[in-house]
Design a protein. Sequence first.
Length: 385
Amino acid sequence: MQMSLHNDVFFAAIKVALEVVLDKPLKNVSWYENDTHNLRLTCKTVKEDVDKMRLPIKVSVSLTASDRIERRLFEKVGIALNKNCKLSNLRTITKLQFKSCGIKTGILLTKFLALLENCPNVKTIDLEHNIIGAEGINRLADMLLQCPELKKLNLSCNWIGDNGAIRLAGVLRQCTTLTELNLGVNNIKTEGASWLAGVLPQCTALTKLDLYYNQLGNNGIVFFEEMLLKCTRLTHLNLGNNQLGDTGTTWLAKMLPQCHNLALTNLNLDANDIGYYGTVSLANMLPKCTALTELDLGNNLLGNNGTTILAEAIAQCNNLALTVLNLQNNRIGYDGIVSLVNMIPKCTTLTVLDLNYNPINDETSDLLGVVLIEYPNLQCFRREL
C-alpha cells in the first residue's frame, strides 16, 4: 500500500478518522476524484456490519482539494492519534510520500512523526522539498531507527546543512537495509560529508546515492573512498553541482577503477567546473569502468580540447556500452563536434547525445545531421544558446 499526498494518504487518513467515529474497522475502501476536483472517499462494509451499525451501505466524506490540503490531512490523522485509535490498518503502509508539503519543525512535522510511528513496516520515506532543516532531522533521526525495513530515504531539498548531516549519520549506520539515499540540495559541506562518508560503508545494500547540489568540494569528495570500496552494489552516483573542479574529478576518476567489485552504471558530474585536466582523467578512467551506461558531464568546461579527448577515449573502449552522454553547455564548437561525429560510428550503443546550449553553427549542425541519418536510433539534442 502506498501513501501519497493528494490521493492515498489523504483518504487513508479520512478512513482512520471514520473508524474513530464509527469505532469499527471499515473492511473495503475506494476513492476517486470527480469533475469538480472534489476528493471523495467511499467506505463499503459487508451487509452484516451495515445492519449492526445501522448505517447506509456507503459512508462518504468530500473535501475540496487545495494547495494547503496537507494541513487537513494531518488534522484527520491527528484525530485518530489523539483518540488512541487502533491503527492496525496503517501497518500495511510501505510508502510515505510527502513532497512539497511545507513541513518544517512545527505541528506538521509532529503529526508526520506520529504517523510514521504507526507505520513500522514502511520501506520508503519521501520528504523531498520541505524545510525540515537540521532541527527537523534531529527529531526524525530517532524515528528512522524504528523502521527496520527502510529501503529508500529521500530528504532532498530540505537544507539540513552539516549539522543535519552529522545527526543523520548517527542513525544511518544502523539502516543496513537502505538501498537508495537522496540528500541533494541540502547545503552539506566538507564536515557533513566526512561524517556521512564515515557511516555509509556500513550501508552495503546501497545502490543509489544522490548528493546533487551540495558543497562537497575537492576536499569533501576524498572522504568517500571507503564507501566506494565497500558499497559494491552501488550503481547510481550523483555528485552534480558539488564544486569538485579538476582536482576532485581527477581524484574520483583515479579512485573508481580501484573499486574492482563496483559496477557503477550511472555517473552524474554535472556542473562541477570540470575542465581539460579533469576530462583527461575521466577519459583514462573509462576503459576500466566498462559497466558505465550513462555519463552526465553537462554544464562544465570541456571545450573543444576536452571533448576531443573524451570522444577519442569512448571510441576506443570496445567493452563500454554507453547509452547516454550529456555534454550540454560545454562550449563545444566545430572541432569538438568533429570528434563526436567520428565517435558515433564506434559507439553503437549510444541512444542519447545531449549537445544543447553549445555554440553549434549551421556548418557543425549539418555535419551532425549527416551522421545522424545513418544512426536513426540515436537522439541528439542541439538546442541553441
